[in-house]
Write a protein that binds this ligand. Structure first.
Ligand code: GRF
Length: 219
């Protein structure tokens, strides 16, 4: 089976991008990173991608003013030039219009640092602490026009500690992100994810029946 050609869209650090690059080093992984694309020329992740010899491109959104579609047409051209099959948003800080989203329906995925549908938007770890939840985590989902919505492909969860700050909690969630993003991309690239309404059915995968309880107490 030929590997799917993936573009990773970033705006900053690119640690999730790095996790995808690492996974794709394995020749049996069903996707290859064919392009790393950023809307910011100073995105740290671009340097990481270049260091390992990956193709990179920058489409600076500020060149297009308020014209989101013109920006997205430029993105679309880059993706078509590289014959991209799947788009992975990884800390890409631009809202995408229905025009662009519909072009990539069921072929564009995003990672969000919370257990959606809880805590959409920014500052998810602070929001989780403020809400007092005991379990928090991360989600990979298909992108739909509404922000931080769309069928969930994979989630990972952990227990919140009493002494957690947004930073400590965010660091532990990030480690989960780096595990679930390569997993979710694998499933999508292998064609094992069937979207039915707001639900993904995943061929050959079972639910993990281990129960995550937080807090844990000594017996
Ligand atoms: C991650 O927390 C991701 O979930 C969110 O933005 C952050 C990007 O981090 N969408 P990185 O650039 O992948 O390190």
């Amino acid at each position: 089976m030929s590997r799917k050609r993936v573009a990773v869209l970033i705006s900053g650090r690119g640690s999730n991008m790095a996790a995808l690059i690492e996974a794709a080093k394995d020749k049996t992984y069903p996707a290859e990173i064919a392009l790393v694309l950023s809307n910011r020329s100073d995105a740290k992740g671009l340097a990481t991608a270049r260091e390992v010899g990956l193709a990179t491109a920058v489409v600076d959104h500020t060149r297009f003013g308020k014209d989101r579609e013109a920006f997205e047409h430029a993105l679309q051209r880059e993706l078509e030039d590289r014959r991209i099959d799947i788009v992975c948003l990884a800390g890409f800080m631009r809202l995408l219009t229905p025009w662009f989203v519909s072009r990539w329906q069921d072929r564009m995925i995003n990672i969000h640092p919370a257990l959606l549908p809880a805590f959409k938007g920014l500052d998810t770890h602070a929001k989780a602490l403020a809400a007092g939840v005991k379990i928090h985590g991360a989600t990979v989902h298909f992108v739909v026009p509404e922000m931080d919505s769309g069928p969930v492909i994979a989630q990972g969860a952990l227990g919140v500690r009493d002494d957690d700050t947004a930073e400590t909690l965010g660091a532990r969630v990030l480690a989960i992100e780096h595990r679930i993003y390569p997993l979710a991309l694998r499933l999508v690239a292998e064609g094992r994810v069937r979207v039915e309404g707001n639900r993904c059915r995943i061929e050959g995968a079972s639910a993990n029946d281990h129960i995550l309880l937080a807090p844990a107490i000594e017996a």
